[in-house]
Write a protein that binds this ligand. Structure first.
Ligand SMILES: Nc1ncnc2c1ncn2[C@@H]1O[C@H](COP(=O)(O)OP(=O)(O)O)[C@@H](O)[C@H]1O
Ligand SMILES: [Mg+2]
Length: 282
């Protein structure tokens, strides 16, 4: 647990490849680094859930089991349970009621805590809700080496919940000037969280996703990133290619093909290199 890394993947722009990066990072950590990984889908669009699980299984889970919604809005008894005021015997929260196992190896695994449509209008005036995800992770998710939070493109209570539950954050951005403009705003928003909640995260850095070439970055993007205070810019980037878009189109099976079929090796290795680069600085 002491060594557990909890990483929020965040950017206020949608469609820049955040979820694709989050899902692939989770998979690479499981497959190539032998880690136990929990991917937490905090986005009401539930793309991470869709990229990993086929439709029927998602519907089945929604009918019978719990989602991130139930973590954020626990029943009274569950809330008491998470606050540590119930004896271990009366443990009403079982992790297995929430998660879907995606990859299961002898010593590594990838689990998903799925999102829910019910989050679309999620607003609450109830005090303390922003701590529920953190409390859940603290008490129920000790076995994981990595917990990755895939956030919506907003600084809402959902992203705040992930922030408070995390130790690190990573920013994926598309390497074009307009996308880089939002960075100072994002960093300011995170700084406000830090000041208000007295909880600071370690910035891992900026990863370029959907990159069209490997030449050096236009200067104005680099200076915009430097101004925003983000320390590290990853040298490894993710290319923009339909090979990557297709790899996450259906479910975990297409992701496995992406990593196992030599045809995609060049692009699969981009994700592997980004993860290698990340691990070195964690
Ligand atoms: N590297 C890439 N190259 C091409 N298309 C991509 C790439 N990464 C993601 N996409 C596609 O772009 C869309 C948005 O990606 P997604 O990861 O869901 O973005 P976000 O989470 O930032 O909204 C999806 O249709 C996805 O398939
Ligand atoms: Mg997304």
């Amino acid at each position: 647990m002491d060594n557990q890394k909890r990483i929020t993947i965040v950017n206020m722009k949608g469609g820049v490849g955040k979820t694709t990066l989050a899902v692939n990072m989770a998979f690479v950590l499981t497959k190539y680094h032998n880690k136990k990984v929990l991917l937490v889908d905090v986005d009401p669009q539930f793309n991470a859930t869709q990229y990993l699980i086929n439709q029927q299984d998602i519907l089945k889970h929604f009918q019978n089991k719990k989602t991130i919604y139930d973590v954020l809005m626990p029943k009274k008894e569950e809330e008491i349970n998470l606050s540590g005021k119930l004896s271990a015997k009366k443990d009403v929260i079982k992790l297995k009621d929430f998660i879907i196992n995606v990859v299961n190896n002898e010593s590594s695994r990838l689990d998903l805590l799925p999102s829910s449509l019910k989050l679309i209008n999620f607003e609450t005036t109830k005090r303390g809700v922003e701590n529920h995800l953190k409390n859940f992770i603290n008490s129920k998710c000790k076995e994981y080496d990595y917990i990755i939070f895939d956030c919506p493109p907003t600084l809402s209570i959902l992203t705040l919940s992930a922030y408070l539950a995390s130790t690190h954050y990573l920013i994926p951005i598309k390497p074009d000037y307009l996308s880089s403009l939002g960075l100072p705003l994002l960093e300011r928003g995170l700084k406000e969280y830090e000041d208000t909640y007295e909880h600071s995260l370690i910035p891992i850095g900026v990863v370029f996703t959907m990159s069209l070439n490997t030449s050096s970055l236009p200067e104005e993007i680099e200076s915009s990133i430097n101004r925003s205070g983000s320390r590290k810019i990853f040298t490894n980037r993710i290319s923009q290619t339909v090979n990557i878009a297709r790899s996450i189109e259906n479910n975990i099976e297409t992701i496995k093909v992406f990593y196992n079929n030599g045809k995609f090796a060049r692009y699969a290795s981009e994700f592997k290199e980004v993860v290698n680069e990340m691990i070195k600085v964690l």
